[in-house]
Design a protein. Structure first.
Length: 184
């Protein structure tokens, strides 16, 4: 919030997973999960796949919301919203699958449902950061997927547009105002 307070979204998707990279269920992970009082955390044997699912979730969300600069309900009400959401999901999912981590159908369904609610005011944190003129983690997510796609010879025009959008945002944000007086 403008006063520095953190406001949690009304949308709750619990993806708080813990696990060892080798897939073992260890007392260390169980102790961490138990110590996170009030936070739902689950110890899983496939932590790398879960991290990729979460990465996918952030990347599609950042791509959709920031290219449109809109909240989920506005996108749902737009004539091309559902088609655009599907295209972004498909593009991001292709890159994840090429990296060896196909996105489960239930996650894709959850996303489509999130952006199908016409009265939703949901906006991911990266969109809010842009609205407030703050830095974003776009290069570490969208940029990473674009780089991975490029290394595999994949064409990802929507992700490239999102990356370009974020880079332009960063340049504009850093540049001094060309006309500080506002007089033309």
């Amino acid at each position: 919030m403008p006063d520095g307070a953190i406001q949690q979204s009304q949308v709750r998707i619990n993806m708080n997973y813990l696990g060892e990279l080798d897939g073992r269920k260890t007392p260390r992970c169980e102790a961490i999960a138990d110590g996170l009082k009030g936070i739902e955390a689950k110890v899983v044997p496939d932590i790398t796949a879960q991290m990729w699912n979460k990465f996918f979730g952030f990347a599609y969300n950042a791509t959709i919301s920031t290219l449109t600069r809109s909240r989920a309900g506005t996108i749902a009400r737009s004539a091309s919203g559902a088609e655009f959401v599907s295209a972004v999901i498909d593009e991001c999912a292709r890159v994840c699958a090429a990296e060896g981590f196909p996105v489960p159908a239930q996650i894709e369904g959850l996303i489509r449902g999130l952006y199908a609610q016409v009265n939703s005011t949901y906006g991911p944190s990266i969109l809010i950061d842009m609205e407030e003129g703050r830095t974003t983690e776009a290069e570490h997510t969208i940029g990473d997927l674009v780089e991975r796609a490029g290394q595999r010879g994949m064409v990802v025009p929507i992700l490239m547009a999102a990356r370009s959008n974020f880079q332009a945002y960063k340049i504009t944000r850093a540049a001094p105002s060309p006309n500080p007086t506002g007089v033309a």
